[in-house]
Design a protein around this ligand. Structure first.
Ligand code: SF4
Length: 101
């Protein structure tokens, strides 16, 4: 998987969270990765947890399913609010998003 090699995170489990304070509510993430992101009634994006339920707690973190990694990374890259953070589970280092090296 090229996107993993590119970031040097091959084999590492990743997780994602959204900083709702910066979310513009445009819904790009929910278009790219609807199984991971969804707009709530407040017009902001949140992550989906196990069983697809929306986690409406700000900053909630969920694992990134490997088959959806490209969609999640594209979401982080295109997010106009720069508020989608993808990080390694093991050391919480951000690998995609505004705080990535
Ligand atoms: S792409 Fe970013 S700014 Fe747009 S709805 Fe998703 S999290 Fe919010």
């Amino acid at each position: 998987m090229d996107v993993l090699r590119e970031a040097g995170v091959a084999g590492d489990a990743l997780e994602v969270w959204i900083d709702q304070d910066l979310c513009t509510g445009d819904g790009i993430c929910a278009q790219y990765a609807p199984d991971v992101f969804e707009l709530d009634i407040d017009g902001l994006a949140y992550v989906r947890g196990a069983g697809d339920e929306l986690l409406s707690e700000p900053g909630a973190v969920v694992p990134v399913p490997l088959p959806l990694l490209t969609d999640v990374v594209d979401s982080a890259r295109e997010c106009p609010g720069e508020c989608i953070h993808v990080r390694r589970v093991s050391d919480r280092v951000e690998v995609y998003g505004p705080d990535a090296e």
